[in-house]
Design a protein around this ligand. Sequence first.
Ligand code: NAD
Length: 425
Amino acid sequence: MAMPAAAAMASAVENPWHNAQRQFDEAARLLGLDRSLRGVLREVKRQLIVNFPVKMDDGSTRMFEGYRVQHNVARGPAKGGIRYHPGVTLDEVKALAMWMTWKCAIAGLPFGGAKGGVVVDPKQLSVGELERLTRRYATEISLVIGPESDIPAPDVNTTPAVMAWIMDTVSMEQGFSVPAVVTGKPLAIGGSQGRNAATGRGVMFVALAACRRLGRSPQESTVAVQGFGNAGSFAARLMAEQGFTICAVSDTTGAIYAEHGLDIPAVIAHKQQTGSVAGFDGSESISSEQVLEAPVDILIPAALENQVTASNAGRIKASLLLEAANGPVTPDADAILEKRGVTVVPDVVANAGGVTVSYFEWVQDLQSFFWDEDEINRQLEKIMNRAVDDTWQMAQEHGVSLRNGAYFVAIDRVAEATIARGIYP
Ligand code: NAD
């Protein structure tokens, strides 16, 4: 049956891969990128689909589907996280892999882009089931991952413990320890100081840099954060430490608001105790949509893709939006926000702190020489500030949005590497 036009349009808008390609196509067109290079860069280099069985605690066997996608490796080994979520699709992973290529290039890291995912709700699994699933998935994708080829990391619903199982599985198969095969590991097995907080810390540096450029101070800026996991909770905590007032936060279980600001360390403790931000003392319960539309200066989507769309972009009150999540703003929403004068710092800049400290972890593992946290945070700040400066300067020079400015920087660098290497054979 043919899909009605409106439904076809809506599903196209919601497909992250179509959105990622649309963002690239627009930047490539504005940049006047050579047609054949455009053809190379708008596709992923390699996509692996794996279907594998896992023994469940009740004795049954369940099949799972997973993916590992490498978008481009012209600048170095592929790098990107692994997501466990029931909504994971191959197209989502392809989009996330492409965004990783641009992100690594903007941060000046010698990596290409990759991403992985398993279609699973890990909250429905026991720890044993999660470990068996992770070890089998790691084995299936060990065809393509490795310290010199493709280095996974945490993403939505994956943790340092999951990274430890991946590292151990690959090490057992090789017969010796291979710490540099994955980043975001626990410190005890070659993890890096500061990795856990890195994405949120990067968002905080970007918030400070953006405020400096917009002539605002943290003390007079209110913030709403959608998603209170790794990226969102660290961003909220570290920004509160810098003087920002965090008025609203949410997770999958609820959303809370306090006009004069939430005590973020206390919200984190409350979430640790109850598993939810909901019900926090002294806060008002609001809907998930209200977080995005909260009357604040800065909005930080830190959950999943497609949260700000053509249907709610007109109601966003914040004048600065920092994309801590990947792909939270659709291209149609982007156009609406731009028209309304909302400054959007794109994901490929705003959340680059995670992959940057992952790069530090990989370097430390390869050298078996570890840095202290001050050194990590100092180097991270330098890279984040440079990424913001390069993006802002490019956007101003060409009179384009920050997203297009960021893409110009990234595409220039990836195109230069691709041209320098030439086409094999
Ligand atoms: P996470 O699993 O630690 O946290 C995700 C959070 O989002 C959870 O609190 C969850 O409850 C919440 N959430 C999910 N759907 C929601 C919704 N509809 N409304 C409100 N809250 C919702 O994941 P994470 O690692 O923090 O990743 C979040 C985003 O940041 C993703 O887009 C990810 O790709 C991106 N990111 C993460 C890293 C990293 O290092 N972890 C790095 C760069 C980008």
